[in-house]
Ligand binder design. Structure first.
Ligand SMILES: [Zn+2]
Length: 417
């Protein structure tokens, strides 16, 4: 499973602001030619505001292995077969030593190489302003002195850590784009965006007709949410009754608490009654109800939080952390898709046509992974919606699924040299 993880290994806080994609590794070749390709080191490094060659080199030094860095084609390789957990651990070491402020541990730092003859490397912290030394005895320090980080016009290398996940501060972003000529790495997102242009997946133009004739009075909203919330436990109940043996192992025993109220209903009621509840408040409520690891809680959360079809896509980007907070197992990912199937079902006339957009937003925000979509895409399932609706949603999702497949094939081609 990938998804985003905290940049600091010593905090488990789901809402910690600084995230990075979980490191991936792919072992290729055999015998003497065996190597570990780092398919997403560019994205990981971007989250750390470091060139991808640094972490790759760090792995090589620590593992006593040769590395290959090709920034142009974004190919980063460590020779030999290395397991991802080991690499992830080394990545955290790298972060401790070359990214986090030595004082306040904030990851928004720039590496500065002093001009005197020692050529010391300093971490300049954007948060507390302190300058802390980097261990110059490490071989990576020598590499960094020889290959200094690219400077952009503002003199900062740091990208806003939250920019990819909700855009809390729109500011920090712009600088990257300006310097995109050489160092600016062919952003995955750009590729995705241009790749889908032909699919008419773009939002925007037709936004207007989304807003017509929705009764937004408080009453109507409450009523809709009530229906959805009721539907939530309804669906959960049938799901459980079905005895779909691939699913309910961890959920059945827990429903129905002392006061006889279904905790899933209670969670739905809470979200409905607290329209401005933050991610943290919702997640804490789920925790208080014993639902914070339950994939089915996601269905309730999704149906209650994403009740406004006109802002659905934008809301997905805003709520990514909440959706990932419950867990990232296959079941959780399936439940997220299921939750959105339910949302689409509740607004078929307006949302069915938007299915590819909705799924793509889940993909772009790294909330649901490719494998989960592929699995879901195999055949319509009545796990979360009725068969007929499932079929329609699947049909509507086809452009997205096809695009996903093609994107996958392309990247497979790239991998073969
Ligand atoms: Zn600091």
């Amino acid at each position: 499973m990938s998804g985003k993880i905290n940049i600091r290994r010593d905090t488990q806080d789901t809402f910690y602001r600084y995230k990075m994609p979980r490191l991936q590794g792919k072992i290729e070749g055999k015998g003497n030619g065996i190597k570990t390709v780092l398919p997403n080191i560019v994205d990981v490094s971007r989250a750390l505001s470091r060139p991808p060659s640094y972490a790759t080199k760090y792995f090589g030094y620590e593992l006593g292995a040769q590395t290959k860095n090709d920034e142009k084609i974004e190919k980063f390789i460590v020779n030999g077969a290395h397991e991802v957990p080991k690499l992830q651990e080394l990545l955290y070491d790298f972060i401790d030593r070359f990214v986090l402020c030595g004082d306040c541990k904030n990851p928004e730092t720039d590496l500065i190489i002093s001009k005197d003859k020692d050529q010391k490397i300093i971490r300049q912290c954007m948060a507390c302003g302190k300058r802390t030394d980097v261990d110059m005895r490490h071989r990576l320090s020598t590499f960094i002195v020889k290959n200094p980080p690219p400077k952009d016009k503002k003199g900062g290398q740091h990208a806003s850590a939250s920019a990819t996940s909700g855009g809390a501060n729109g500011a920090g972003e712009g600088s990257d784009g300006g310097a995109a000529g050489s160092g600016g790495d062919g952003d995955d997102f750009d590729m995705l965006a241009s790749g889908t242009a032909g699919l008419a997946l773009s939002e925007g133009g037709d936004d207007d007709d989304w807003d017509v004739e929705v009764d937004t009075s408080a009453e109507a909203v409450a009523e809709r949410q009530r229906k959805l919330a009721g539907g939530a436990s309804g669906v959960l109940a049938t799901g459980g009754g079905n005895n779909n043996n691939d699913d309910d192992d961890d959920d059945n025993g827990s429903t129905g608490d002392a006061n006889g109220k279904d905790p899933y209903d209670e969670l739905g009621d809470f979200i409905t009654a607290n329209a401005s509840a933050t991610d943290r408040e919702i997640f804490e409520k789920a925790g208080a109800l014993g639902l914070d690891k339950k994939h089915r809680a996601l269905v309730v959360v999704i149906m209650c939080v994403f009740e406004d079809p006109s802002t659905l896509i934008k809301d997905i980007a805003k709520r990514d952390k909440l959706l990932m907070a419950f867990g990232d197992s296959d079941k959780h990912q399936r439940a997220i898709i299921g939750g959105f199937e339910r949302v689409i079902e509740a607004h078929m006339d307006r949302l069915l046509g938007k299915t590819p957009l909705i799924l793509k937003a889940l993909y772009d925000e790294e909330i649901v992974e490719e494998e989960a979509f592929a699995e879901w895409g195999k055949k319509p399932s009545k796990k979360y919606v009725d068969k007929e609706t499932a079929k329609q949603i699947h049909k509507a999702a086809e452009p997205f699924l096809r695009w996903l497949e093609e994107a996958d094939e392309e990247s497979d081609d790239d991998d073969e040299e």
